[in-house]
Write a protein that binds this ligand. Structure first.
Ligand code: GLA
Length: 339
């Protein structure tokens, strides 16, 4: 693995210093195994799992801040910004939240009171350290006519749980930038639904400041024109945008191939072209994009290892398994320094 003194290439955070923050998702393991890489190239972090509801608040009377605090301390140590992820989601949320003592459904009032208390505690605790929160994650339905996905939040509270979460977060930290965050954000059908939902929040006076484009992309999808159209559409709401979970998988989503044990040169080449084109586009929109966070930092650790195809390795980042710059890094650097 590279040592701190091995890092001599231009840092990503410097290359894009005039454009946007460069972030990485981290966890208690990677802040150790990737510390030099993170400290050298990145100026923002997000907790991969440690600030999700089930991690922070496993039982009604029990908060567990230990791991989240370690990540916050890492951000402080390296003078990095930190994004909070995430307050309201249908996944990785413990059942107790939605249940009464007998295991039945809680009332709307109880659920909102619990949400408010959770948000006050969590957002309040990290006020000095977290400048932006993904307040609501993934509430839009991927397919069909329905605007909102089925969830316990929707069943118990109705659509207003979304606006309420933003209000509670704003009360807990009036300075924090509050985001709606989702995936498949560049798909035209889903994009238009996200736009419609966020627009209606704005019309209701809900304190929302940005749209998070998760950007779990691959070598082929989404098309650059679709990404551009999505950026334009969200930006037309007058909000700031952040890419919150960027990775570029080597495989189309429905590609089940299992034969690759190392990343082939021709795919690394395609990935380099893809990253170059993506960042050229992102730079065009630097006035509205304030941060670009990768969902990891280097190919030794990615949630895409084993997802959606179990046992399959993936290589989605700009740095390889030993933290060396990949062709995508070099091509990106060339393109940016020429422009
Ligand atoms: C979603 C969530 C993230 C993460 C990824 C998969 O995008 O927002 O927190 O769980 O799925 O790792």
């Amino acid at each position: 693995m590279r040592q701190a003194s091995d890092y001599t290439e231009p840092a990503l955070k410097t290359i894009f210093a005039e454009d946007f923050k460069i972030g990485a998702a981290v966890n208690p393991m990677t802040i150790q195994s990737q510390e030099h890489l993170l400290a050298y190239h990145f100026n923002s972090i997000t907790a991969e799992n440690e600030m999700k509801f089930e991690s922070l608040h496993p039982l009604e009377d029990i908060y567990n801040f230990k791991l989240a605090d370690q990540l916050v301390a890492f951000a402080r140590k390296h003078h990095m910004a930190m994004r909070g992820h995430t307050l309201v989601w249908h996944n990785q949320t413990t059942d107790w939240l939605f249940e009464d003592k007998k295991g039945g459904c809680v009332s709307k009032e109880t659920l909102l009171a619990r949400l408010k208390s959770h948000i006050q505690t969590v957002v309040g605790r990290y006020k000095e350290d977290i400048y932006a929160w993904d307040v609501v994650n993934e509430v839009i339905a991927d397919e069909g006519e329905e605007l909102l996905r089925q969830s316990k939040w929707l069943d118990i509270v109705g659509p207003e749980f979304i606006g309420k979460a933003f209000e509670f977060a704003h009360e807990a930290d009036p300075k924090a930038l509050l985001f709606y965050n989702d995936y498949n954000e560049s798909n035209p059908l889903k994009r238009d639904k996200i736009y419609k939902m966020v627009k209606s929040l704005l019309e209701q006076g809900v304190p929302i400041h940005g749209v998070g484009l998760q950007a779990h992309w691959n070598l082929y999808d989404p098309d650059l024109d679709e990404i551009r159209a999505a950026i334009e559409k969200y930006a037309s709401l007058g909000l700031q945008l952040q890419l919150t979970e960027l990775d570029v998988s080597m495989f189309r989503f429905d590609d089940k191939r299992m034969d690759l044990k190392v990343a082939p040169a021709e795919l690394l080449e395609l990935q380099a072209e893809r990253y170059e084109a993506m960042f050229a586009l992102l730079k065009e929109y630097r006035d509205v994009i304030s941060s670009v966070t990768f969902w990891g930092a280097a190919d030794d650790y990615t949630w895409l290892d084993g997802f959606p195809v179990r046992g399959r390795k993936n290589w989605p980042f700009l740095f390889d398994e030993r933290h060396n710059p990949k062709p995508a890094y070099h091509q990106l650097l060339n393109a940016v320094t020429k422009s």
